[in-house]
Design a protein around this ligand. Sequence first.
Ligand code: BES
Ligand code: ZN
Ligand code: ZN
Length: 505
Amino acid sequence: MIYTEKKAYPSKGNTLLHFVNEDSLKTDLFLNQLNKLVNNRINRQIELHNFKGNINEYIYVEGADAYEHIIIYGLGKSKEFTSIKLRDAVAHITQIGQSFKSMSLSLFYLPLFGKEYFDVGKNISLGYELGQYSFDKFKSKEEIKDKKIIKELYIYFENDIPDTFNKGVKFGETLAKGISLTRNLVNEPASHVHPETLVKEAFAIEKKSDGKVTVEILDKDECERLGMGSFLGVAQGSDREAKFIILKYNRNSNDKTQISKVKKICLVGKSITFDSGGLSLKPSKSMETMKMDMAGGATVLGIFDILTKSDITSYEVWGILPACENMPSGRALRPGDVVKGLNGKTIEVLNTDAEGRLALADAVAYAEKHIKPDLIIDLATLTGACMVALGPDIAGLFGNDRLAIKQFLHHAKKEGEEVWELPLYKPYLKTLKSDIADIKNIGGTGYGGAISGALFIGEFVKKTPWLHIDIAGPAYGSHNTKSIISKNGTGWGVLSIISLLSTNT
Ligand code: BES
Ligand code: ZN
Ligand code: ZN
């Protein structure tokens, strides 16, 4: 729980947290007061550790005044302050606080945080909630019995507490719940998450949305009738039936925004509940994390979970999850097979491990034909090549529309989600030429694999503005960071897309 209160000292909580800047460490008034209270013990720590107040640097004293701990945490140069740095610092501190077995934290709202109260409130609460995220579902009680969580965060204000700050805190909590939903789905093993599980999750969102979200499921027969041979081809080796999940966020009908101004956005999430590679089987090391190949779909579900509690009025939002499992079997797609997509194009499948693009080809074509949105955004753990190009933290962004690319980059920057634009370089389309069909599903040159994956999907979008975001790297973290980014499922993308949907520019 986060509480906001008017200044009181000593404040509640057993750990007091104070942020400092590297350029004003010596003149920090609050720090000087604290030093008097605890007989210069903080100064001694500063000297001992040569603490400068650089970003992520911290010192602490124990058993100080009314507190079990006082943490002094560096935020770097004051001119370079952003609420994202504060968010990630709070996330890091919740982890430090847990190791102290601290039950509550308190901090004072500093002038440094500025007056964008909604934004700061949102980011402090994101840091607090997501910093403590862990996936314990499969751990026995014995294993987690000593685990401590920080149950309370008190934020003190010198003057009246701005209403917008409290609103920001609440919104941050809503965002954190949606992101946790995404993380949980990604972290849950493929033994527990099947296409049917994603269907249930979509219906659970519909149920709690009070009419804001409606869900439609196309089963295998319906997909066949519509001609989705590419998507169904991926699914055919598995015992689990494919499900094509469609969600729609209905705007508040009392809203006065002119209907003509309302834009339709369709979010498409790659939803391969397990990617073994199919008959083009992955080596076992590469398969270890492939329960995460539905992270795009889980991101879309996390976004819809947030939409159930929001009042976004400028967009009608659609979500599509072409959900299936990529498995080898006697019924599986063989390298060399030809499938036919919903748009009539024939595809030679030379590598059954390049399955994401096959599922997405039908999903984006469905969106364009049946939903007719103003913008399609697909999120996909599409290629290892994108990780080779950008490393594990950064998503690759492709698109056929400059304005949409610019907008996405703006929102991602604002939300502290790392993304880099990569080119949809048309000359490479020739590598996708097939001898026997309209297109083949791999470039086969061994180079530029993220680009050929994007180009392939682009061939199934005729004229709609479209963004493709390759999240193979950032969807799944390999280590704990000093930020909200978690190990394993991260929920990357939820914040940028909610930010995009929350503004009409
Ligand atoms: N799901 C994988 C991509 C992936 C790799 C995601 C590593 C996250 C981490 C995708 O389906 C795949 O297997 N792609 C192949 C494409 C290749 C066969 C053209 C790849 O990246 O090797
Ligand atoms: Zn694959
Ligand atoms: Zn895959």
